[in-house]
Ligand binder design. Structure first.
Ligand code: UDP
Ligand code: MG
Length: 326
């Protein structure tokens, strides 16, 4: 039987913590009762340097349900993405499968069962996807849509309308742990792991209590991380712009020469306009070229795993293991 860990990052969630703990414990009991997960499955709360009573409440819950509710306390606030990473990496050695969910229970816990079913069906990653975004404000909805478009343009693979509500098998988390970058954008990394994945669909609800811990500036920072940690397309755009401007400079050159010979110009204009366009183009081209090298450095520095071996058939599996066992 597989042991499930539900990982919950919490930042100033004193209003929601008890409800979250109760709801998630009920989900676990239900799944255990149905024989889908093992009896020692647990909820892991990660306190992301909260300034309110969140950690005290986690300790209290752990006191009441020592094997059902576990906690990790980070020494300071590192942000949702890293707090979730800390939780996943801690859970990795304690369980067989993880589900990450926000403390505010905006994501529908009822689909966790469906996620587990897909996991038993052979999926290593199951994404929770929102059907509609009608509980979000108009502003959040449109900015999110623009963001997904932009990501697509930049060639970054993400799952549309998926936040960080997702199931990951232990081996998927282990593979993820090889991505050592600090500017983490989890929704971009997971599709890179390459394991078999699927989606479950649900309606996103209002927060059960408290208010959003993602103000506009944090949202912009996350969006910027999403693009700048995955794509060097912006650099290529500069290079492309340089090429275009140089081409224009030739056209401008022809125009300037024609004007010059037809005598409609102030002295000095022709050479001036030509050098402005041509030099502008050359500068952009040069910056773009240097950028290409920086882009390469950036990719090397990330040191991401270059591939993920899922299975090997060498024909020596039996002999190999029997040698060890004899
Ligand atoms: N969170 C966190 N660290 C932060 C900000 C948020 O761990 O610095 C957690 C928060 O407690 C919640 C989840 O991340 O469990 C998502 O935050 P929130 O619900 O406020 O975001 P929204 O749903 O408004 O996008
Ligand atoms: Mg929320």
């Amino acid at each position: 039987m597989d042991k499930l860990a539900i990982v919950v990052p919490c930042y100033n969630e004193e209003e929601t913590l008890e409800i979250a703990s109760r709801t998630l414990r009920e989900v676990l009991e239900d799944l255990i009762g149905k024989g889908k997960i093992s009896g020692d499955s647990f909820v892991l709360f990660v306190n992301d340097g909260s300034r309110d009573r969140t950690w005290e409440l986690i300790e209290e819950e752990h006191g009441k349900y020592p094997s059902r509710v576990l906690g990790v306390k980070l020494a300071g606030n590192v942000g949702h993405q890293l707090a979730l990473t800390a939780g996943l990496l801690t859970a990795m050695d304690l369980c067989d499968v993880t589900v990450s969910i926000d403390a505010d229970l905006q994501d529908d816990v009822a689909v966790i069962e469906e996620m587990i079913d897909k996991y038993h069906g052979g999926c290593d990653i199951v994404y929770g996807v929102r059907k509609k975004r009608n509980t979000d404000t108009f502003f959040k909805r449109t900015t999110a849509q623009c963001f997904y478009r932009l990501m697509k343009m930049m060639g970054i693979r993400t799952v549309y309308n998926h936040a960080d509500f997702r199931l990951m098998s232990q081996r998927a988390v282990r593979e993820f742990s090889r991505y050592r970058e600090s500017n983490l954008y989890l929704r971009g990394v997971m599709p890179l792991l390459g394991y078999q994945s699927d989606c479950v669909y649900y309606d996103r609800k209002e927060r059960v209590a408290g208010e959003s811990k993602y103000p506009f500036n944090k949202m912009v920072a996350l969006a910027f991380d999403g693009i700048s940690s995955f794509s060097i397309k912006p650099i290529s755009l500069i290079l492309g712009m340089g090429v275009i401007i140089i081409s224009i400079s030739f056209l401008a050159g022809i125009y300037a020469l024609v004007s010059y010979f037809s005598g409609h110009v102030v002295p000095g204009w022709t050479s001036l306009i030509l050098s402005i366009w041509f030099l502008g183009g050359i500068q952009l081209l040069a910056i773009g070229l240097v950028g290409q090298y920086i882009g390469k450095i950036y990719i090397e520095v990330k040191g991401r795993p270059r591939y993920n071996i899922e299975k090997v058939l060498t024909g020596q599996e039996e002999t190999g293991s029997s040698e060890i066992s004899t």
